[in-house]
Design a protein around this ligand. Sequence first.
Ligand code: ADP
Ligand code: MG
Length: 205
Amino acid sequence: MKKGLFITLEGADGSGKTTQLKKIAEYFDEHNINYLITRDPGGTDLGLKLRDILLNYEGDVSDNCELLLYLADRAQHIDTKIFPAIERGVVVVCDRHIDSTVAYQGYGRGLDIEKINLLNNIVTHSKKPDLTLLFDVDTDTASKRVGENKDRLESLSKEFHKKVRMGYLELAKAEPERFRVLDANRSIDEVFEQVKDVLDSLVLS
Ligand SMILES: Nc1ncnc2c1ncn2[C@@H]1O[C@H](COP(=O)(O)OP(=O)(O)O)[C@@H](O)[C@H]1O
Ligand SMILES: [Mg+2]
């Protein structure tokens, strides 16, 4: 695997993305792969300020404002960090990306998905990730894993989180060549076995 690649991790909070990212980093270390691990939102200095607003702001945030804050963060992230790294041949792994916006703001909050796609296309210059791992997890299991310390979005209703999960699965169905849907209800090691199968097919190809 010589050229740069863009891999995104998607799924509910509590689906195990951050846990699996650490294992993915170890895997790339073992295989001497030049990688960069980053996250949406908050992958840049400016993005960290936007992330703080998105996750912790206590006043009302209008739906459009929330959407545009995510997109502003993503624009800065892509232009100054993600795409330059891919150009240098780095494998970039991003914790959440365009599909989170469609799943949460579109399917979850009910904003117009066409509008979200349009904005996503502007900030990504219409480049989709090469591979998206969707950690599909039962809503109750995810909520139990997240526990009591929920942030502004994690505290939304169970109904909201079910819509998000369904949205993710629809996205995966629409783009089967990009998505790999993993069963994230299983143990950490069992989930990583599924991740490793996908990575092996990339690394060995
Ligand atoms: N497969 C798993 N089985 C049980 N607990 C898990 C599993 N994956 C992650 N966890 C735990 O659930 C919590 C949330 O995991 P995390 O990786 O932070 O999820 P995410 O980044 O998707 O929100 C953490 O306490 C983590 O240790
Ligand atoms: Mg996480």
